[in-house]
Design a protein around this ligand. Structure first.
Ligand code: APR
Ligand code: ZN
Length: 239
């Protein structure tokens, strides 16, 4: 039996699938991931890449932060790929309990997914650090170098978890609930190297663990499919 046939059999037999994804889920939509050979973290920049996306950089070098953020993370015209659409289809069929993602691109919701736990937030939501006013990603794109609040003049910050910041409690609780109740957990497009996000998969105690990743990733007792997650899920039939 091929790996795709094994995955199809698992999905056919599953009633409560949870999905845990990372930047590799969006590379087939044209976004770079972080740690692959061609990832964002391999590029040279004014400061080390993980500093560029830190709370300290946002506070101390706000204009540099926004220059990097706009160039590398606020990408125009990105669309969901087969992975996003298949997960939304599984949810509509009542087979998927939720998507837990480390991504901030909003592509799961754009593909129609409703139960999405964005552990690292979203570029689509931005708030004034002073009065809390909401701004969309378009405002950030058009108000360089630093976007200021039109109501009070405060600095606007993306609703993205930067290095050194805490994850949102309610989002984490929802993600844990989703993983806990799952009979199948599909992990895809992630190096599982960033905590606490990566640690959430330890809450899984269901029957089937599947990993779909371009590079090898260790997860014990998993069906490991070495390949592209969009290509792989695109071959799955939802019945
Ligand atoms: N299909 C499957 N796997 C893929 C694909 C693809 N199309 N493209 C890339 N990958 C794999 C890569 O092989 C790599 O193992 O996805 C993984 C991406 O790993 P990272 O770049 O480390 O991304 P991620 O795991 O999401 O990083 C976690 O780190 O910098 C922080 O906050 C950032 O959320 C991010 C977190
Ligand atoms: Zn304000």
């Amino acid at each position: 039996m091929t790996e795709i046939e094994q995955l199809q059999e698992i999905i056919d037999a599953s009633e409560r699938i949870a999905f845990f994804g990372g930047a590799g889920v969006s590379t087939e939509s044209g976004l770079k991931d972080f740690r692959s050979a061609d990832g964002l973290y391999r590029e040279k920049y004014k400061y080390p890449p993980e500093y560029m996306l830190s709370h300290e950089c946002f506070v101390r070098h706000t204009a540099d932060f926004y220059e990097y953020y706009r160039e590398k993370l606020l990408c125009e015209g990105i669309l969901p790929n087969a992975a996003h659409y298949k997960l939304a289809e599984l949810e509509r069929a009542g087979k998927l309990v939720g998507v837990v993602t480390q991504n901030i691109d909003g592509l799961h919701q754009a593909a129609g997914s409703k139960a999405v736990y964005e552990l690292h937030g979203s570029v689509l939501r931005n708030y004034c650090t002073n009065c809390g006013a909401f701004y969309n990603d378009g405002f950030i794109k058009t108000h360089a170098p630093v976007p200021y609040c039109e109501k009070c003049g405060g600095v606007i910050k993306p609703d993205v978890v930067l290095y050194g910041e805490q994850l949102d409690d309610e989002t984490v609780r929802g993600a844990v609930r989703c993983i806990r109740v799952a009979d199948t957990l599909i992990i895809a497009g992630t190096s599982l190297t960033v905590y606490p996000a990566a640690g959430l998969i330890d809450y899984f105690s269901g029957k089937n663990l599947v990993v779909i990743n371009r590079d090898p990733v260790y997860a014990s007792n998993a069906l490991f499919i070495c390949g592209k997650v969009g290509e792989t899920l695109g071959k799955i039939v939802v019945r």
